[in-house]
Design a binder for this molecule. Structure first.
Ligand SMILES: *Cc1c(COP(=O)(O)O)cnc(C)c1O
Length: 360
């Protein structure tokens, strides 16, 4: 049977990180630490309170949660500068609905987050993927030349970049803001994991009305299951998003859980320092084994290069370790797990390499 699906969607592949039941799952950059018993109790109490009024629609404008998120971000931001939705993927979708669409163009620098082009296309926005330079770096010259040449309606910059790992120098973001004719979206899903001297895009918000910085509670915050993403931008940007968001898009339960989690931000972010150390140790270990490993400001490491990365991916899975086959040919990405999970990853990879798997 042939369904009358839109011509531009016909034959496309859905987003597809495999959700396999491996013993050690290091493939979607989740935080490996589940909530504490204390936090589970706090979240349960918040849900019980929200449940008492579930006959009513939730706060359509998400006022209290936006205030809490603004306080968390700092930088003098207020609730008027912050917007929230079901994961930063929905935030990105709303941005493309408001500022992209048929006849409009979005630009990104690849390899980068695979959902940017997918969401662009589903909103009818033309996607243009430009390359990066040596070691997956993006120079101001290259970025500015691409923006000047294409004059896109939106530019996507991912910092720290997924799947390659490094954050962008803030000078590159600023240079793009200075020449971009449209919106500049900086996806900072991994901001909390960045190395200490990293300056983020929030510092550029004053004076850049078309800059948008997106964040998420899915990674450092260890709340991927909640589906809560947010952005910081000029209040005029949020006024534009109100035109495209569905009414009552963020459930009362989601708002309550996210607020309860934010009260406990200190506890949730405690693991970030340990994950950063584990990440740096993983990079060093991989390089010590004679492999290439990209510098990382995130909670994952891109490593290679393998003549047959599929064989290495499968070999690791045979040892119960699921990593991600993503990024440039020959490379794999491993999310940072607990010390025990990383030890298992190292043993599995050593074994796969000793057997000559993947042409290493
Ligand atoms: C994981 C990730 C997201 C998060 O998406 P959510 O919808 O908030 O879970 C956004 N951007 C990038 C680059 C990511 O890697």
């Amino acid at each position: 049977m042939t369904l009358p699906i839109r011509a531009d969607l016909r034959g496309r592949e859905p987003y597809g990180a495999p959700q396999l039941a491996a013993a050690v799952r290091l493939n979607t950059n989740e935080n490996p630490y589940p909530p504490s018993a204390r936090l589970i109790a706090a979240i349960s109490a918040a849900v019980a309170e929200a449940a008492a009024t579930l006959n009513r629609y939730p706060d359509r404008d998400v006022a209290e949660l936006r205030k809490d998120l603004a306080d968390y971000l700092g930088h003098g931001l207020t609730s008027r500068h912050v917007w929230a939705a079901n994961g930063s993927n929905e935030v990105i979708q709303q941005l493309l609905q408001a500022f992209g669409g048929p006849g409009r163009v979005a630009l990104g620098f690849e390899p980068s987050y695979s959902m940017h082009p997918i969401i662009a296309r589903t909103t009818g926005t033309t996607w243009v993927g430009e390359g990066r330079g040596e070691d997956f770096a993006l120079s101001a010259d290259r970025a500015v030349a691409a923006v000047r040449g294409l004059r896109p309606d939106l530019v996507f910059l991912t910092s720290p970049n997924n799947p390659t790992g490094a954050a962008l120098p803030v000078k590159v973001i600023e240079a793009v803001c200075d020449v971009a004719p449209g919106m500049v979206v900086v996806d900072e899903a991994y901001a909390e994991f960045a190395r200490d001297d990293t300056v983020g895009a929030l510092t550029l918000l004053p004076g850049h009305q078309r800059l948008v910085v997106t964040r998420t509670m899915s990674k450092a915050f260890a709340m991927a299951g909640v589906r809560l993403g947010y952005l910081a931008a000029d209040p005029a940007v949020i006024d534009a998003l109100l035109l495209v968001r569905l009414p009552y898009h963020l459930s009362a339960v989601t708002q309550a859980v996210a607020r309860a989690a934010l009260v406990n931000a200190g506890e949730l972010l405690e693991a970030v320092a340990a994950l950063r150390m584990e990440r740096d140790a993983t990079v060093a270990w991989l390089r010590g084994r004679g492999l290439a490993a990209a510098d990382s400001d995130a909670n994952f490491v891109l490593f290679g290069e393998f003549a047959d990365r599929r064989a290495v991916w499968q070999g690791l899975l045979d040892h119960g370790v699921l990593v991600r086959e993503v990024g440039p040919a020959g490379w794999l990405r491993v999310s940072i797990g607990t010390p025990a999970e990383m030890a298992r990853f190292r043993r599995a990879l050593s074994d796969v390499m000793a057997r000559g798997g993947g042409g290493v």
